[in-house]
Design a binder for this molecule. Structure first.
Ligand code: NAD
Length: 538
């Protein structure tokens, strides 16, 4: 009856739960699920049934929140935030350093749960843990650099003192998608709490349990439970309620929903950051190391079964290396192991849901019906898992096909040949998006120069996305319809603060004194401005 997992042993076939579904053998132990869902602010008595893409079996019935529950979550968060903001930066940073270690210590439990909810390959789930640990450590170690009050030059040296404070916004609403259940649940919240904010989080319905486990680990690390509230429910209703109540919104998801969120935030005059979709281009230049580029393309395109905002869906290859590159890329792709499984043997995991499978299948069928050629892949693989789709390489994709300019968000890439680099850059910049790009060349300087001409928030030279995504000091986000604002780096934390300038004037006012007339005062002021300019001050 019980199925041993590679991980913690927490997550084995649990007892049947007759109250929920008498026919089903639940994949997760009921007590384990309950210990997570009790963290939700959810009092409607309604639940949402969630199944696993690994085998399609039931995972849990997740309690649902009402708008009144969202009110309650905000009330608790506001109260907790006032006290949390009074703690020192060192106290908050220390909690994040503990979180770093807890994430690494508990990685098996986290990875298992991520896989049960998302169906991804174990290596992709591990990268979530690693990225989050890196995020916690980066912000903990740079907390003072970002958050300390800084002195700036006052209007008059000695007489005017000016400083800039970073004040927390208050309660931040975080709305996250399903594709990286752990990273997306927590990576944007880490800088928010470090800056002294509280959070109300609404994860995607498919991946609520991982988000709840993340919240539990945050509490174990020392962030008070009330500082991090989690609600669950339909996006428009519960996510919309966050937009109506938060002091700032951090949204990750589709461009269509991002547009709605932006309108809601504009209405309330609150800030938001929007991490949205992409149709990311990879350029293989004529001087690229073809074997390395082909190996890189496999990761660039098929990591997380293509359900990765920064993965590549358009591949532009120089004429001179096209045939060699395509041979190497196709053969490496065909050697990949596929499946929906908890063990390390899988190179590419499952798609997360029927709806993702439908979109991917529709894009490929549409392209093929309009004349595209399938070099490898092209089909669902129900024999390997309910939502597994083969890694697919297309040639001959044209503008009237769905997958030409629309995000597929699956393991499908279109190959294009180019003759001239200027033309390649122009085609890479075509379309509405501008999230991530990748350039392959033996000449790093040339690669970086080309990068400046590509309209994307991140560009990776001789890498797919990891060189920027893993460098936490480097901001990450989209240009054009791929987003507004940035996560990571200084921008990733300063978005959660209000900038407050405090000026202190000493000894003399910035006004005429000792009975001096306004005219005389203006002359004196002009002389001192000239003097300061000569001295190179202010
Ligand atoms: P989605 O927009 O459908 O949903 C994202 C989240 O928004 C979910 O939690 C959902 O419940 C909620 N939501 C839906 N409608 C809402 C509304 N009207 N008001 C408030 N909240 C609402 O996106 P998805 O399909 O879950 O995610 C896939 C998309 O996310 C892809 O386009 C992908 O490129 C993008 N993504 C971007 C990044 C990035 O960093 N740029 C990262 C991951 C995913």
């Amino acid at each position: 009856m019980s199925e041993q997992t590679p991980g913690s042993g927490h997550l084995v076939d649990g007892p049947h739960d007759p109250e929920l579904d008498p026919r089903a053998a639940y994949v997760l132990e009921r007590d384990y699920v309950a210990s997570l869902t009790e963290r939700l602010v959810a009092s409607t008595g309604e639940t949402d049934a969630v199944s696993s893409p690994v085998g399609g079996r039931p995972l849990a019935h997740v309690p649902q929140s009402s708008v009144a529950d969202v009110d309650e979550a905000f009330a608790r968060a506001r109260k907790a935030q006032a006290a949390w903001a009074q703690t020192s930066i060192d106290v908050r940073a220390a909690a994040l350093l503990r979180l770093h270690d807890i994430l690494l210590d508990r990685q098996e439990e986290l990875i298992d749960l991520i896989i049960w909810e998302s169906g991804k390959a174990r290596k992709d789930a591990y990268l979530e843990v690693a990225h989050l640990a890196l995020t916690a450590r980066y912000y903990a170690r740079t907390a003072h650099q970002h958050l300390d009050t800084t002195r700036v030059a006052g209007m008059f040296p000695v007489l005017t003192r000016a400083e800039v404070n970073r004040v927390p916004k208050g309660v931040v609403g975080i709305i996250s998608p399903w594709n990286y259940p752990l990273t997306m649940a927590l990576c944007d919240g880490i800088p928010a709490v470090l800056a002294g904010n509280a959070v109300v989080a609404k994860p995607d319905a498919q991946t609520t349990l991982t988000a709840l486990l993340a919240a539990r680990l945050l509490e174990e690390a020392g962030v008070p439970r009330e500082v991090w509230q989690v609600v669950a429910g339909p996006g428009p209703e519960v996510g919309g309620a966050l937009v109506e109540r938060a002091d700032y919104i951090c949204f990750t998801g589709s461009t269509g929903t991002g547009r709605l969120i932006a309108k809601g935030c504009a209405e309330r005059l609150i800030g938001c950051s929007l991490e949205l979709g992409g149709k990311n281009p990879m350029l293989v230049l004529r001087d690229a190391d073809v074997q390395r580029a082909a190996e890189g393309a496999v990761r660039a395109v098929f990591a997380n079964a293509g359900q990765l905002c920064v993965s590549m869906e358009r591949l532009f290859v120089a004429d001179q290396v096209y045939d060699r590159f395509v041979d190497a890329f196709v053969s490496r792709t065909q050697a990949m192991t596929l499946g929906a499984s908890l063990d390390w043997s899988v190179d590419m995991g499952s798609l997360i849901s029927q709806s993702q499978l439908d979109t991917v299948t529709a894009h490929v069928e549409d392209a093929v019906s309009k004349g595209a050629r399938v070099l490898t892949g092209g089909k669902p693989r129900p024999d390997l898992g309910p939502f597994v789709f083969e890694p697919t390489i297309l040639e001959g994709v044209t503008a009237e096909m769905k997958c030409f300019g629309n995000e597929t968000f699956g393991p499908v890439v279109s190959l294009y040949r180019f003759h001239d680099e200027n033309e390649a850059v122009e085609r890479a910049n075509d379309g509405l998006y501008g999230l991530n790009a990748s350039v392959w060349t033996r000449d790093g300087t040339r690669g970086r120069a080309l990068a400046r001409r590509i309209k994307c928030g991140t560009v990776n030279v001789n890498e797919a996305y990891g060189a920027t995504f893993g460098s936490l000091g480097a901001p990450m986000g989209g240009m054009r319809e791929s987003g507004v604002g940035r996560r990571q780096g200084a921008e990733g934390i300063l978005r959660y603060t209000e900038t407050q300038s405090v000026g202190t004037q000493r000894l003399v006012p910035i006004a005429p004194m000792f009975g001096i007339s306004e005219e005389r005062h203006a002359k004196l002021m002009t002389s001192s401005l000239r003097l300061l300019n000569k001295l190179g001050r202010a």
